[in-house]
Structure formats: structure tokens, C-alpha cells
Design a protein around this ligand. Structure first.
Ligand SMILES: [Mg+2]
Length: 224
């Protein structure tokens, strides 16, 4: 596995601390823009600072500008804003419609684990509390960078098939590379960003609908 995809020690430590495998199929699910809204909150956060996205594109650096300008703000300012954003909203992000009911249904047949890229390890307890308060009390592993290595480590010794749900093309490609047999669901809650992405050939479904996602995953389970 290339260095780029290798999980950090903090990630492996969290994986080791997970409850023992039940041997049931594994659903690895992202949080931002999948079970909690993120883009909508980020737009509000940026608008409060007289900023916005230049395009509905899966890119932050080079895609955020002040309202009166087409020139994107620099990488350092994006990084600083994102840290501030997560610190401010990570205890009040709103859930995506149908996510809790869908995961509850899937958890009857599968093991569900959240794998989320979250800046600042201090934000993890807030995220766990918020997920639980919205009816999603599943284990959380926080990661940074591409998720392939973490997904491979997480699924080792656990049940099959493995389903991976994420909004980020980079993460889906990384998991496809590191764990090719994984069934991929490309889930983007925001309809504008969903309409703007190129469908990935390796993903079985591109959707923003949790009912459709549940039907798709149950049909994978039936056929495996
Ligand atoms: Mg996400």
C-alpha cells in the first residue's frame, strides 16, 4: 500500500479499540455530507464571512472566494477556516433525511462503523454525542487523508461483504485501490454538488437518497 493511503497510528489504535467483530457484513459509512449535512453549513459559515464557493465542485482550496472577487483565497486561509468551521459546527450539524432509519435497518443485518475525516481529535467526542443524539450510536473512527488504508485495516478480520459509503471521489477511489472487492456507494446529500460530479465507474450507486441506498445494500447482501 502506498504511503499516501497508509493509516496513521492514531487511526490503527482506534480500530484496535473497536468492539469485536460480529462476523456480519460490514458497512463503513462516512459522516459529513452523508449522515450529517456539511456543505449547507459551510455555505452559511462562509456567507457570514462574506465568502462563498466559486463552483459546485469537490474542491475547497481554489474554490472559495470573497463575495466581490473571483480570486480564490489561499490554502492557509482555507485550512484555518476549516478548523474554525469544524470547531463551530461539529456539535450542531443537522442530520440528512432518512439516515438514522436506514442505518438502523442495515444494522439489523450488518455491522455499522463510521469512518470520518475530522480535523482536531478534540472534536471526536462531540461528533459521537451528536450522532448518538440523532439515533446513530455506532462506533466512530476518525481519520485524515485518503481512507483506503483505514478501510482495509478496519475490515481485516471482519465480515463480508464490505460496503463503503462516502461523498468524496478521492476516498472512494482510495478504498477501491486498497480493498478492490468493496462495494462502493457514492452518496452526496447536496443535489447541486451531486449533479456536478462525474459518476465513478467503480461505484455501484450515485445517490443522495437513504431509502435508495438501503435497497441497494440489501440487494447486495441478498446476492452475496
Ligand atoms: Mg464526507
Amino acid at each position: 500500500m502506498s504511503e499516501l493511503h497508509a493509516p496513521a497510528r492514531e487511526v490503527l489504535d482506534q480500530i484496535r479499540a473497536l468492539p469485536a467483530s460480529s462476523g456480519r457484513p460490514l458497512v463503513i459509512c462516512d459522516v459529513d455530507e452523508v449522515v450529517f449535512h456539511m456543505i449547507a453549513h459551510l455555505e452559511t459559515f462562509l456567507a457570514e464571512r462574506d465568502m462563498g464557493f466559486l463552483r459546485y465542485a469537490y474542491q475547497l482550496t481554489g474554490n472559495i472566494a470573497r463575495k466581490d472577487s473571483d480570486t480564490p483565497i489561499g490554502q492557509d486561509e482555507v485550512r484555518r477556516l476549516l478548523l474554525e468551521f469544524f470547531a463551530e459546527v461539529s456539535d450542531r450539524q443537522t442530520p440528512v433525511d432518512g439516515a438514522a432509519a436506514a442505518l438502523e435497518r442495515l444494522s439489523a443485518d450488518c455491522e455499522v462503523v463510521f469512518l470520518t475525516n475530522l480535523p482536531g481529535s478534540a472534536n471526536k467526542p462531540a461528533r459521537e454525542r451528536l450522532l448518538a443524539s440523532h439515533g446513530m450510536p455506532y462506533p466512530v473512527v476518525t481519520n485524515s487523508g485518503p481512507k483506503g488504508g483505514a478501510a482495509a485495516a478496519l475490515s481485516a478480520g471482519r465480515g463480508r461483504p464490505v460496503v463503503f459509503i462516502d461523498d468524496s471521489p478521492q476516498n472512494l477511489k482510495s478504498v477501491h485501490l486498497c480493498l478492490p472487492e468493496t462495494r462502493l456507494v457514492h452518496f452526496i446529500a447536496d443535489a447541486r454538488f451531486r449533479a456536478a460530479v462525474d459518476p465513478l465507474p467503480m461505484a455501484g450507486l450515485l445517490t443522495g437518497d437513504w431509502q435508495e441506498t438501503t435497497r441497494h445494500i440489501l440487494s447486495i447482501l441478498e446476492r452475496s
